[in-house]
Design a protein around this ligand. Structure first.
Ligand code: AGP
Length: 608
């Protein structure tokens, strides 16, 4: 989704802006642009459709050099991907970049058109540029004009602005879309994601909703939504451990799949005792408050939602607490019945997903006992706004297809299941078994990763396929859903997941020799039921591809079964995720798609 970078320095800022944009490429975008204030104080704007490399080529022909600049990668919402719609947008000596959506852009556009402004794009952002120019005409003070502009905007935004009249200053504001200020020595930066700036700083201030700021080479001045001066603490970025390079890997996605043993090890470190879980990680009053939880609601999107679905099986079967799981885009707009003593859990890799964040804000007024964010980004909005936070330590996830973020979420959720048991003083043996099983995971995942060549060979079968079914039962049904999501998002093959028992209620009609049917068949209490479902597929000529436990006798047709180690049932969903990730990755290679940046998708969905 859209990305913002801005720099004020005593050197040419264009290389820093471009490197920042390159680091944001993983988020998904369709065009890019920069605006840099030249030494003679005139704005140079350069934009290009396509990748950042296209912008670099354009800049070679039309250089933009100066000590103050802003840059943007755009993911089209209002107006098609085209140079005239790319940011920055300009008006009367100012340039603006924007993430988010200005919901009242239509009336503002009409008002500004009546005032004589001519629009050159279909974007909501150009409205902000002209509105800012108009306010600056009414007051000679740029800060006041900036505030008056913000006061008229409805919707979500992270904004950055530079003006020819103030060549030392970079203005920015945040409302509903993330924005950080980076501290350098003799230079200052802004970005929509700290990753964009890690080449120049690891020190960040995270803006609160309604904050706005003016940056100079000496630092920044910050104000809150009431225009009162505020301080936001400087925090060191915590993701230094797992690197941002692709290293020896062809794609980030593959690297991130192979990082899972380490990411899970990092996530577990500091939260497990020898045969118990350490609840103090949630804060001093966590034990007593967790003990009073009677119900759980989990809200998330996409892959994170699937993690919540697995957790429901764990929480209901081991702790006996009712657990409801819902996609955030639905939850946030309905009337929710919240029983007494309900804990709300939001799950998110990025912590900036607009629907999940809105769900958390909506939940604040619904009478929950407490809110907990399980998230991979320490300084994210979700983490800052929840009562409790549990950080997964997956490290930066660059591939749009979420992999290590998912399995580390599952690990965190199994830790939580164990914590809920432990604080009730129940089933110490079960807690100890969960802890032991969690500790085994990194080594077990290494064993499954070694199956990559066999899985890559299976992927060839999808070369001419357009559809696929994924089957699972119990907690492996959400794993089948996650497998189907992975396949569709990176290979563009239409894939659907079903609880295997549902097959005969409709989807069986789709099964013939052109339909690959991928199933997850661990050795658990539902295996015999699943085998019957697979027989139904086999009888109709469906192509069975089965991931089964090494101890299970022939669940699929000859040659189509990949064997996984036998493990404790509780961690089995985590283990069976890995081959499905590898299968999708290799099918995407066979199909020749853009694995790390699939079409139409964004890494962090910061608009509704
Ligand atoms: C996963 O592969 C997806 N790209 C997507 O479904 C993602 O999980 C979803 O957008 C939620 O993101 P979050 O975890 O950052 O909130």
């Amino acid at each position: 989704m859209c990305g913002i970078v801005g720099v004020v320095a005593q050197r040419n800022v264009t290389p820093i802006l471009l490197e920042g944009l390159r680091r944001l490429e993983y988020r998904g975008y369709d065009s890019a642009g920069v605006a840099v204030l030249a030494d003679d104080n005139h704005l140079q704007r350069v934009r290009a459709v396509g990748k950042v490399v296209e912008l670099e080529r354009t800049l070679e022909a039309t250089p933009a050099v100066g000590c103050l600049g802003i840059a943007h990668t755009r993911w089209a919402t209002h107006g098609k991907p085209a140079e005239h719609n790319a940011h920055p947008h300009v008006s009367d000596g100012l340039a603006i970049v924007h993430n988010g959506i200005i919901e009242n852009h239509s009336p503002l556009r009409r008002k500004l058109t009546d005032l004589g402004y001519v629009f050159t794009s279909e974007t909501d952002t150009e409205v902000v540029a002209h509105l800012m120019a108009w306010h600056y005409r009414q007051t000679p003070d740029l800060l006041t004009a900036f505030r008056n502009t913000l006061a008229e905007l409805q919707g979500a935004y992270a904004l950055a602005m530079v003006h020819e009249d103030e060549p030392q200053n970079l203005y920015c504001a945040r409302m509903g879309s993330p924005l950080v200020i980076g501290e350098g020595s003799g230079e200052s930066y802004i970005a929509s994601d700290p990753l964009a700036l890690l080449q120049v700083t690891d020190r960040f201030r995270y803006l609160d909703e309604g904050d706005h700021a003016r940056l100079t080479v000496d630092g920044c001045t910050l104000w809150d939504r009431q225009h009162s001066p505020v301080e936001r603490p400087v925090k060191r970025y915590q993701h230094a451990a797992l690197s941002l390079d692709k290293g020896e890997y062809r794609h980030y996605m593959l690297k991130e799949i192979f990082e899972q043993p380490e990411a899970i090890g990092n996530t577990l470190s500091g939260i497990l005792g020898d045969n118990h879980v350490l609840t103090a990680i949630l804060g001093p009053d966590a034990e007593s408050r967790l003990a009073s939880v009677d119900n759980i609601h989990i809200v998330a999107c996409g892959t994170s939602y699937h993690a919540g679905l697995v957790a429901r099986y764990w929480i209901e079967s081991q702790v006996g607490l009712p657990c409801q799981v819902e996609v955030a885009s639905e939850y946030r707009y309905r009337t929710v019945a919240v029983p007494a003593n309900t804990l709300l859990i939001t799950l998110s890799q990025s912590g900036e997903t607009a629907d999940t964040l809105a769900a958390l804000r909506f939940a604040k007024d619904q009478g929950y006992l407490a809110t907990l964010a399980i998230c991979n980004v320490a300084g994210s909005s979700l983490v800052r706004e929840a009562d409790w936070r549990l950080l997964t330590q997956a490290g930066p996830e660059i591939g749009v297809a979420s992999t290590k973020a998912f399995t580390t979420q599952l690990v965190a959720l199994l830790w939580l299941t164990s914590a809920l048991l432990q604080v009730r003083g129940r089933a110490a043996d079960q807690v100890a078994a969960n802890v032991a099983a969690l500790r085994q995971l990194p080594a077990l995942i290494d064993q499954v990763l070694a199956l990559e060549p066999a899985i890559a060979a299976l992927a060839e079968r999808f070369a001419n396929k357009h559809h696929a079914l994924f089957l699972g039962r119990g907690p492996h049904y959400p794993i089948a859903m996650e497998g189907a999501l992975k396949l569709k998002e990176i290979s563009y093959i239409h894939a659907e997941a079903y609880a295997a028992g549902e097959l005969k209620h409709g989807p069986l009609a789709l099964v013939d020799e052109n339909m690959p049917v991928v199933s997850v068949a661990p050795s658990d209490s539902l295996l015999e039921k699943l085998k019957s479902n697979l027989e139904e597929v086999r009888a109709r000529g469906g192509q069975l591809i089965t991931f089964a436990c090494e101890t299970v006798e022939q669940p699929g047709a000859d040659g189509d079964t990949i064997r996984l180690p036998q493990v404790d049932d509780i961690i089995s969903p985590i283990l069976y995720t890995i081959p499905l990730q590898l299968l999708s990755y290799h099918v995407a290679l066979v199909k020749g798609t853009d694995v790390d940046k699939p079409r139409n998708l964004a890494k962090s969905v910061t608009v509704e």
